[in-house]
Ligand binder design. Structure first.
Ligand code: ADP
Length: 674
């Protein structure tokens, strides 16, 4: 029986690093985070007891550098390294390097990682252990005639996979023999580029399968258990989007059979620690696909239904303890669903969307019911260097319908402005009748794409009205605030500005506000203040009476007596109305505002993009020459030096180091030299 570690290093970033730190802290284990230059202020490095820099942003030079991470672990004096998932988590050479340095790798033995590293070799091994395989070919010989004969024997359609594969790379569906040659060539090319290994295998392509995987755990004393299944059938292009536990409709006998097959697979490679055996299931049959030798992204759904902390299990097993529970002691309680919230742009085929999270509200966590695993905070930047995940939202319910309802509710609480997200897709899936009916298979998203594509989710008329009303009333409220602030600055409480509402400025009792909104073009809204503090608004859908007030819970919009919660995020002239988790962006065209270009006015310098001030090089009263550096900004890890537009004297410096500035914010003003 081992002793628990005193101090560990987490060789990862983002939500999983935060997740591991949370459990270590609860167990009284000191934590060391590592961070690249792109993560210099990341949430995970702030949460840890210590955080050590490990190099530049590109993962190859930081999070994937075995040498740097081992050296850091030694200098920080840790006893063990948790690799998280991704990065070095399934790298056998890293596991060996840890051992060579006298450090415990919190994961399986290097030999088990190697054995499961190749899909083809893993399948050969599983066949020998009696684990069912998808009908297919995973032999060494790779000549086309042999592959063609194998494919014919399996029967079309077939699926070609890279033996060394992962992340869906090198995967090709082939419907008929004539297409095989081109598909094999394509798959080999892709596999060689991605993994440096062009070997492929062939499987029967199942047309309506479910992805069901089993969480297994084994200790160093020969005990192994199954923590039951997760259903990960909701996929986009063979990548998981939503995961749940237990799998809907899973009969106890089948659960037992799959659990036993998975435990047999783990034992065949003398597995230790957390692992996942992935199966593809169709009808009553299930077949081994591959084993992932790490903690999975979707492990929280298993934690929610078993009441266990899998990171704690990992730490105990790595410290030499035996598994906390036996198979008989493990039970499933209720139902859990996880949604992966990504910064991806549905309008651009779900390409990663990078940028600053200028506004971020995540659903409120509720112990046991709603959990948010995240690695970011408002103001953080999603960079192109790493996985664009924002968070994992996990909900639990006594039964599946309750969990689905909680998922819908929690997704509607999400507010993200600054990057595009897949929230529209997640909400559409969660709200779809076929999802409620648990009619799941890996073709779900493709089959229902018309209903799920965000493009089709137009707001209904009541929402339309709410969007226009919220935008108009936000502008009016901000004018009020600006006028009151101006009155405070002049110090004259009797100033007519202090008492007068914005609308009275034009004397007519109303004010016209112009907005641009996507395809709609420019729209003018007329706003009339009413004696009770509300407004009559002339909107595209007709006139309404509305008010917008703020309380502890956020903004409350009342339209013709009907109230609803929403939020509005502002970036310069851009307003994003966030309604039930959906974003609706409008631009306010203010005729009084100065033009928003960098050289505007020539007597001031403005921020060309949302950024953070990193250096201030001048002070009021300084005489500067044209092109002299004034201020350095940083945005998306790029430095930007702002220079004097002319010879002159600095009048005001409006921001200090570390301020976050919006696009268009005034930074430095000048008095010209005369
Ligand atoms: P990767 O490791 O590249 O992610 P996997 O082997 O894990 O690839 O498969 C990913 C997904 O591809 C599965 O979850 C499933 O949706 C689909 N898939 C894999 N094998 C088959 C098959 N034989 N028939 C149909 N779909 C499959």
């Amino acid at each position: 029986m081992g002793t628990m570690f005193r101090k560990i290093l987490i060789a990862n970033r983002g939500e999983i690093a935060c997740r591991v730190i949370a459990t270590a802290r609860r167990l009284g284990i000191a934590t060391v985070a590592v961070y690249s230059e792109a993560d210099a202020d990341a949430r995970h490095m702030r949460l840890a007891d210590e955080a050590w820099p490990i190099g530049p942003a590109p993962a190859r030079q930081s999070y994937l550098s075995i040498e740097t991470i081992i050296a850091t672990a030694r200098r920080a004096g840790v006893e063990a390294i948790h690799p998280g998932y991704g990065f070095l988590s399934e790298n056998a050479a890293f596991a060996e390097a840890c051992a060579a340095a006298g450090l415990v790798f919190i994961g399986p033995p290097a030999a088990a990682i190697r054995a499961m590293g190749s899909k083809a070799e893993a399948k050969a091994l599983m066949q020998r252990s009696g684990v069912p395989l998808v009908p297919g070919y995973h032999g060494e010989a790779q000549d086309l005639p042999i592959l063609a004969e194998a494919a014919a024997g399996i029967g079309y359609p077939v699926l070609i996979k890279a033996s060394a594969g992962g992340g869906g790379k090198g995967m090709r569906i082939v419907e008929q023999p004539e297409d095989l040659e081109a598909a094999v060539e394509g798959a080999k090319r892709e596999a060689l580029a991605a993994f440096g290994d062009d070997r492929v295998l062939i499987e029967k392509y199942l047309t309506r399968p479910r992805h069901i995987e089993i969480q297994v755990f084994a200790d160093t004393q020969g005990n192994a258990v199954s923590l039951f299944e997760r259903d990960c059938s909701i996929q986009r292009r063979h990548q998981k989007v939503l995961e749940e536990a237990p799998a809907p409709g899973m009969a106890p006998a089948r659960r037992r059979a799959m659990g036993e097959a998975a435990v047999a697979a783990a034992q065949a490679v003398r597995y230790v620690g957390a692992g996942t055996v992935e199966f593809i299931a169709e009808g009553d049959a299930f077949y081994f696909m591959e084993m992932n030798t790490r903690l999975q992204v979707e492990h929280p759904v298993t934690e929610m239904v078993t009441g266990q902390d899998l990171v704690e299990w990992q730490l105990r097993v790595a410290a030499g303890e035996k598994l906390p529970l036996t198979q008989d002691q493990l039970l499933i309680r209720g139902h859990a669903i996880e949604a992966r919230v990504y910064a991806e742009d549905p309008a651009r085929d779900f390409l990663p969307s990078t940028g600053r999270l200028v506004h971020l509200r995540q659903p409120r966590e509720q112990s046991g019911h709603v959990r948010v695993d995240t690695g970011v905070r408002e103001g953080d930047v999603i960079t192109q260097h790493y996985d664009p995940m924002i968070a994992k939202l996990i909900v639990w319910g006594e039964d599946r319908p309750t969990a689905v309802r909680r998922l819908v509710a929690a997704l509607s609480e999400y507010e993200v402005v600054g990057v595009a997200t897949n929230l529209g897709l997640l909400r559409a899936i969660a709200g779809h009748a076929a999802f409620a009916a648990a009619d799941l298979d890996t073709g779900f998203i493709a089959r229902h794409r018309v209903a799920l594509l965000p493009v089709t989710q137009l707001p209904d008329p009541a929402e339309e009205t709410a969007i226009w009303a919220a935008a108009a009333l936000t502008v009016v409220r901000n004018q009020d605030a600006a006028i009151q602030a101006a009155a405070r600055v002049t110090g004259d409480p009797w100033s007519p500005w202090a008492a007068v509402d914005a609308w009275r400025l034009n004397g007519d009792g109303y004010q016209d506000l112009r907005f641009r909104r996507g395809d709609v073009g420019a729209v003018t809204l007329r706003t009339y203040p009413l004696p009770d503090g509300s407004f009559r608004l002339e909107l595209p859908g007709g006139a309404v009476q509305a008010s917008l007030t703020e309380d502890a819970a956020g903004l409350l919009l009342v339209v013709n007596g009907v109230s609803r919660r929403l939020n509005v995020a502002r970036r310069g002239a851009e307003l994003t109305v966030i309604l039930a988790g959906g974003n609706h962006t409008l631009v306010h065209e203010n005729p009084l505002a100065p033009p928003r270009t960098e050289t505007a006015g020539a007597d001031r310098v403005i921020a060309p993009i949302p950024a953070r001030v990193t250096r201030v090089l001048v002070a009021p009263g300084d005489a500067v020459q044209k092109n002299a550096p004034l201020m350095v900004l940083e945005a998306m890890k790029m430095e930007l030096t702002l220079r004097a537009p002319m010879d002159g004297t600095v009048a005001q410096v409006r921001h200090a180091v570390d301020d976050m500035v919006d696009e268009g914010a005034e930074l430095v003003t000048f008095a010209p030299n005369v």
